[in-house]
Design a protein around this ligand. Structure first.
Ligand SMILES: *Cc1c(COP(=O)(O)O)cnc(C)c1O
Length: 386
């Protein structure tokens, strides 16, 4: 979770600073009124430095970040984009919005994209892969990147849950050609609503930047009202107050992730010896953001009983199992484009994912110390497993 646990004085002061310096809430222009205050610019620069990437573009949400990323790819009708069956609806929505064809691959025991299934789905129409680091655990990026390189396919990382995570000391979001982030209120750091697109590639960045701002190329030789453009675009611009909050939140990122990792480790140590429980896998070299503690039990029924028992003991679960249908593509019969692209066998195609996800349980992890939860957690799970 939870930047929202730490919204406080630092975010307030950054926001007040915007008003003290002239109250210009738009990210650009109004040079003579804003006392050189550019919070969104500053947030982007700080993000670029923190993630060790070349370019960062702030946008209005994580969903917008995905949409803007896809706009940088020159998608033609019939282009397919493969993502994973376990993600938030937003990932597939962005593909549909970009007029590409969405395909969902199965997951492996990391609960992220299964490289073997991915390889089977790639064909001449495949334009890009969107891998997701669900709940802060890295996907098998090394395998996935090899496959993308071999087939010369663009890799996008939906890093909505992975901000502050690493694989082999390289930040999540920087492995692919493009990384996208969400700063919605439930994510690791938050600006209320907000997102970021990052890339090392200048051409991708410039296309994304223009598209997120109605095609504006910010030509330095022209005033904005006469600005040059090559393509139409849309409006997904972040505003100054979000930038201000983001700046303060970003400074707390390391602390948030460290605290979450500590809580997760502690809670896992309280239950890992219980018979019938299996850990979620993670690739070697993972540095997880630890947004949740996820484990498998032997059946869907047991997973549901875990939730019931946890609730009885004043605890809860997060996404799995209770918000399963918002995060598992096998249930998305409402997305006709996805149903069609799977030739009406969406549910059957994603059976292997269902088998894993339906018996997974996720415990929410917070920034504040959770050690007092170890004992009720253990009690709840033991009761179900015996
Ligand atoms: C939250 C989330 C998004 C969308 O982010 P918003 O900022 O809420 O639009 C996209 N993908 C995944 C995996 C998410 O969890």
């Amino acid at each position: 979770m939870p930047g929202y646990e730490l919204i406080g004085e630092e975010e307030l002061n950054e926001s007040i600073d915007v008003f003290n310096k002239g109250g210009i809430l738009f990210r650009q222009g109004f040079e003579n009124l804003r006392n050189n205050t550019y919070k969104v610019d500053e947030f982007e620069r700080a993000f670029t430095n923190k993630l060790k990437t070349n370019y960062s573009l702030a946008v209005t949400s994580g969903t917008a970040a995905l949409r803007v990323a896809l706009a940088a790819l020159d998608i033609k009708e019939g282009d397919e984009i493969i993502t994973q069956s376990f993600t938030f609806v937003a990932t597939v929505e962005a593909i549909i919005e970009s007029k590409a064809t969405p395909i969902c691959a199965n997951i492996d025991k990391t609960l992220n994209l299964d490289p073997n299934d991915l390889e089977k789905l790639i064909n001449k129409n495949t334009k890009a892969i969107i891998v997701v680091h669900m709940l802060g655990t890295p996907a098998n990026l090394i395998e996935i990147k090899k496959i993308c390189d071999r087939h010369k396919i663009v890799l996008i990382e939906d890093t909505a849950w992975g901000c502050g995570g690493f694989l082999n000391e390289k930040a999540l979001g920087t492995w692919g050609d493009i990384g996208t982030f969400s700063f919605d209120f439930a994510k690791t750091i938050t600006t209320g609503e907000g997102g970021m697109v990052i890339s090392d590639n200048k051409i991708i960045y410039e296309k994304a930047k223009a598209w997120h701002d109605h095609g504006h190329e910010n030509n330095p030789n022209l005033p904005r009202w006469e600005d040059s453009r090559s393509n139409s675009g849309f409006n997904f611009r972040m505003m100054e107050l979000q930038g201000a909050v983001g700046l303060a939140q970003l400074k707390k990122l390391d602390f948030i992730v460290q605290s979450q990792r500590k809580n997760k480790e502690y809670l896992w140590s309280a239950i890992k010896d219980i018979k019938g429980i299996e850990a979620r896998s993670k690739p070697a070299g993972s540095y997880e953001t630890a947004d949740a503690l996820v484990f498998f039990v032997n059946s869907k029924e047991l997973a549901k009983r875990c939730r019931e028992n946890l609730l009885e003991n004043g605890l809860s679960t997060k996404i799995l199992p209770e918000a399963f249908t918002w995060h598992f593509a096998g249930t998305w019969a409402h997305m006709k484009e996805l149903v069609e692209s799977h030739k009406n066998s969406l549910q059957a195609d994603l059976m292997p994912s269902y088998e894993l996800l339906s018996r997974a349980v996720a415990i929410p992890i917070t920034v504040k110390d959770q050690s007092d939860l170890a004992s009720p957690l253990r009690k709840s799970i033991i009761k179900v497993m015996n």
